[in-house]
Design a protein around this ligand. Structure first.
Ligand code: GRF
Length: 226
């Protein structure tokens, strides 16, 4: 994904886009700090003001930027402003970690093969908002026994859709609580995201995006590819 041939390895620069709590951002910050990821979070950008993720960035000494949409602004214009800020931090990888806003090609076109998204479902299932709650509801109704998490490339405007880098199944224990299930899902997200970024930031990344994996509503993937 990242061209390294003939280029001396440098510590990878990550720009993390967030919209809320930022527990996945925290997992990235911690992994960069303790060396599991050979990378540095160059900046954290939020489309929402006053989110805890920006406080986490501040606490880690990382530039924290809020870019709110202006009244009447087109998606393309917002994405152009976002591009200027993100590009200014010279990222090797842009990480969508709880970023709750669709990105257009006005942004994605500037970072080909460099934008990765985290989503709490298996590929081809439960795209969009509230995927964890929807999986839980389906399990309670007897229509599902497991869900999962995935990290995928974002080549275009498809929502939670794109070549998959890693996925992991998570069983749903409906004898427990939704809160406990959410905690299990978030722990799986943190683990898979750190695994993927550790690989992508290494001098010789092993992960190759699987172009066959997305879009398949009948996907039966049950284990991590990383
Ligand atoms: C995660 O479940 C992520 O997959 C989804 O939004 C949530 C963000 O959590 N898109 P956090 O802000 O990283 O705690």
């Amino acid at each position: 994904m990242i061209e390294t041939t003939g280029v001396r390895h440098r510590t990878r620069r990550l720009v993390v886009l967030v919209s809320g709590n930022g527990s996945n951002l925290q997992a990235i910050l911690d992994a960069c700090a303790d060396g599991r990821i050979d990378g540095v979070v160059a900046a954290v950008v939020s489309n929402r003001r006053d989110v805890f993720a920006l406080q986490r960035a501040n606490a880690a000494g990382v530039p924290a930027v809020h870019i709110g949409a202006r009244a009447g602004e087109t998606r393309a214009d917002y994405d152009t402003r976002l591009t200027e800020v993100v590009a200014g931090f010279d990222p090797d990888i842009v990480v969508l970690a709880g970023w709750l806003r669709i990105l257009s090609m006005s942004f994605l076109g500037w970072f080909p093969q460099r934008v990765v998204n985290l989503h709490p479902s298996k590929p081809g299932e439960l795209g969009g908002l509230h995927a964890i709650e929807r999986a839980w509801d389906e399990a309670v109704e007897g229509n599902r026994t497991e869900t999962g998490v995935m990290v995928h490339l974002v080549p275009d405007e498809g929502v939670d859709d794109g070549p998959v880098l890693a996925t992991r199944a998570v069983p749903i224990d409906t004898s427990g609580t939704l809160e406990a299930f959410e905690a299990t899902m978030h722990a799986a997200e943190h683990a898979v995201l750190v695994e993927v970024l550790a690989d992508l930031c290494s001098p010789s990344p092993r992960l190759v995006a699987d172009p066959q994996r997305p879009y398949a509503a009948t996907s039966t993937t049950t284990e991590a590819t990383a």
